[in-house]
Design a protein around this ligand. Sequence first.
Ligand SMILES: Cc1ncc(COP(=O)(O)O)c(C=O)c1O
Length: 362
Amino acid sequence: MLRVAAPEYPIDTPALIVDAGILLANIRRMAGFFAGRPAKLRPHFKTHKTPAIAHLQLQHGAIGITCAKLGEAEVLVHAGIRDVLIANQVTAPAKVARLAGLAHIAHLKVCVDDEENLLALSRAAVAAGSRIGVLVEVDVGMGRSGTRSAPATLRLAARAASLPGIDFQGVMGYEGHAVFRASREDREAACRAANACLLDHAAAVRQEDIPCPLVSAGGTGTYDISGDCPGITEVEAGSYVFMDATYRKIVPEFATALTALATVISRPEPSRAVIDLGMKAVTGEFGLPQPEGLPGATTLALSEEHGVLELEGPARDLRVGDQVVLLPTHCCTTVNLHDRLHVSRGGRVQDVWTIAARGAFC
Ligand SMILES: Cc1ncc(COP(=O)(O)O)c(C=O)c1O
């Protein structure tokens, strides 16, 4: 569906457009799901990296923000956000020191799956005079970071609970392997198994009388499964705010708020148009971004700064200078390629938001 009328845009391309009405509707829909449920939403910042959007999510009931990197946490804290979970490990000595310093200003939580890392966090917090919240990351089937057994989780949790400068807060396990299962039954089964695994680890910790208040899981593809699972206390969904061509097939209840805008720069033959949007402006990670609202146009290829469209039927009317709207296949890796979001209201760009954590992967 064409969300923005491309040719009238007075903005230069390639550019990202956010439809503010759709963005807000997505935020409200997710907030509505969590309202009145025991589990709460701690949305993932990696999707938009934009403090203006994080503040909107907090205004609509989010209990804090999740991020993936210390650099993102710094942007959030400097934007006034005071409850941040880094759902990842922070291990380099210089980063551990930065984290301990930042923990003076905000309630920071970070994930660990290694005892040496935990000890380093404790030493840094003591040296800085701050306290760092810690969750043990559990591998719930994704095969990425995380403890592989409940006894390993318990060992780390017990150590964390005993260390100076550390507040042990719970466990985190993201079921990324379940998210893109095409059938709802498969997704539910994989997600429920992952949730059960995480809850087993939390139970092992509690059995030793160690308080384990936070059990964090979930993403956009599983928000309503993890978010409804008794014992899961918070869900880290990110992409629901923008959506993309991949998630549109999984959670169609959220609408597409983010599109890329490109300009036709060459019409070398009747069936070909070349646009000024290549892989430096849009991801090809989960497939090529396809034109929206332009029947007969298909993206054939992306190179660094060019996209090649194949044209059939009325799409052959495209001329050099015309603008084309495309739907990215992955919003998170597309946003990180840009400095700003052009905010459209009522079909017109009325605002620009800075993607302040763009490139903040250190
Ligand atoms: C740790 C973690 N939590 C949650 C998510 C969910 O993000 P999304 O809702 O964008 O799928 C991800 C996605 O990569 C993740 O890595």
